[in-house]
Design a protein around this ligand. Structure first.
Ligand code: 2HG
Ligand code: ZN
Length: 471
């Protein structure tokens, strides 16, 4: 934005919302410039601290009138640049709207504001005997609005599905500042288009969420966590195939989590001081839930499938504290791997589960061919793999880019997809056309236009930055 336009924007917002909700100046706005991806932070011209829906309406009306970009923002834990205000303008901070408005145990639903921290929602519904399954690993920091924008997943997605499967309805404000309720509160409903499903995962480009109606399920009575020790990731992937796909000994099983870590990941955990059993080259975290009898049986079945597939051992967490430590190690993984090199790119590609063994072979070959350090971990049950590319010397960047491009080509050739839970954002926008036809991209651009005719909502995301959506 030009300096004059930015000044006009700031003063209009301050007049409408009051100075206390409008942050101006580098010192105050720099905390709203980046996220947890490799996308360079960009300073917004102004930050609005929304505390209710009226603030969002007023902000969007002013921005729409002035043609100013608006980038909605949750906790900033995103991994694809989604909340980085790449075109400047307004960073619309939603964390001040963090109320739980309703938990209805009979209807099994909750209505919450978008700034609510996910772990707080978990605790509140579990106290009522209910369960909200999505569990991205940033769950102690990330907020529901961000989860909805990116259609977040997490380890439990294998059994329970992703955020979209739990959003019944949304209260949103359109780019022009019109409040709308989309969706429903009922279990079923097919009235009109499924606009709710479209908005979930739209990365803040279509509307701003001000409240969400979430579907809950019954909290499982019991849960057990197992740790499978494998010589290498290839054997671990064989176990995943046998557990999920079945063997001559029995049908496929549905543990709630099936998380894999390769040899580089395990070594990094050891370096961080986590006491990993010496027999483990690669690890599989397996978690089952249900009633106590189901859990007992599932533990045995899953454990013996892993042993049959070649696990050196399968250890069961003995109590909540041990379970907690195991998940803590897994949840810190994104940060642990950041320490392995000066730069890292973290991907979240998905391949059909039956291709996992061949996928790890291809990652190894790409890493060798381009001499780029790569590691793999992630949600193996879903085929959703976090391949990380690591490098220290900026001169290596061209090789890293080639390796990345080759990785994406390999994924698409396997009929996989570029992103399973982090979104396209800015970081994968240039690769969108590898997966989607120009007709499909064009259709999505037209959808964007009809929600946001002036192109002010989170510009520069999803679509490659030429023409529409560029600043
Ligand atoms: C995870 O599963 C997150 O830990 C982050 O999706 C993945 O940063 C990453 O590589
Ligand atoms: Zn993940």
């Amino acid at each position: 934005m030009s300096a004059v336009d930015a000044d006009r924007l700031r003063s209009s917002l301050a007049r409408a919302l009051g100075d206390s909700k409008v942050l101006v100046g580098e010192d105050l706005v720099h905390g709203y410039a980046g996220d947890e991806s490799e996308q360079e932070p960009v300073l917004p011209d102004v930050v609005v601290l929304a505390s209710d829906r009226d603030d969002v309406v007023a902000t969007l009306r002013i921005a729409s009138e002035l043609g100013a970009p608006v980038t909605p923002r949750g906790a900033g834990t995103g991994k694809s640049g989604g909340c980085v205000p790449v075109c400047g303008g307004v960073a619309l901070a939603m964390v001040g709207m963090a109320q739980i408005k309703e938990i209805d145990p009979k209807e099994q639903l909750a209505v919450v504001e978008p700034g609510l921290v996910l772990a707080e929602l978990h605790a509140a519904v579990e106290a009522e005997g209910l369960f909200y399954p999505p569990d991205p690993n940033s769950l102690k920091m990330c907020v529901l609005g961000g989860n909805i924008a990116e259609n977040a997943g997490g380890p439990r997605a294998f059994k329970y599905g992703v955020t979209r499967d739990y959003v019944l309805g949304l209260e949103v404000v359109t780019a022009e500042g019109t409040p709308l309720f989309v969706g429903r509160r009922t279990k079923k409903g097919v009235t009109g288009y499924d606009v709710t499903a479209l908005l979930v995962g739209s990365e803040g480009t279509l509307a701003v969420t001000t409240a969400c109606t979430l579907r809950l399920v019954r909290k499982p009575d019991a849960v057990a966590t197992l740790l499978g020790l494998f010589a290498n990731i290839d054997t671990a992937m064989r176990a995943v195939a046998d557990i999920v796909g079945g063997t001559t000994k029995g049908r496929g099983l549905v543990p709630r989590c099936l998380e894999v870590m390769d040899e580089t990941c395990v070594a990094a955990l050891r370096d961080e001081g986590f006491g990993v059993d010496a027999r483990a080259g690669a690890l599989l975290i397996l978690e089952v839930d249900g009633d106590a009898i189901e859990v007992e049986r599932a533990m045995e079945e899953v454990g013996s499938r892993a042993i049959d597939a070649g696990a050196a051992d399968v250890l069961a967490a003995q109590d909540e504290a041990q379970r907690g430590r195991l998940w803590d190690a897994r949840r810190q993984f994104s940060l642990v791997t950041r320490k392995l090199a000066r730069s890292k790119i973290s991907e979240d590609v998905v391949v059909p589960r039956t291709m996992l063994a061949s996928f790890v072979g291809q990652v190894r070959a790409i890493s060798e061919r381009h001499q780029v350090r790569m590691l793999t971990y992630g949600h193996a049950g879903d085929g959703n793999m976090h391949v990380n590319l690591l490098w220290d010397d900026p001169a290596d960047e061209p090789r890293v880019e080639l390796a990345l491009l080759e990785l994406f080509h390999a994924v698409i050739a396997m009929r996989g997809t570029l992103t399973g839970e982090h979104g396209i954002g800015t970081s994968k926008a240039q690769y969108l056309a590898l997966e989607q036809s120009s007709e499909l991209i064009g259709l999505q651009r037209r959808i964007k236009d009809s929600f946001d005719p002036k192109g002010i909502l989170n510009p520069g995301k999803i679509f490659p930055r030429t023409g529409h959506g560029s600043c």
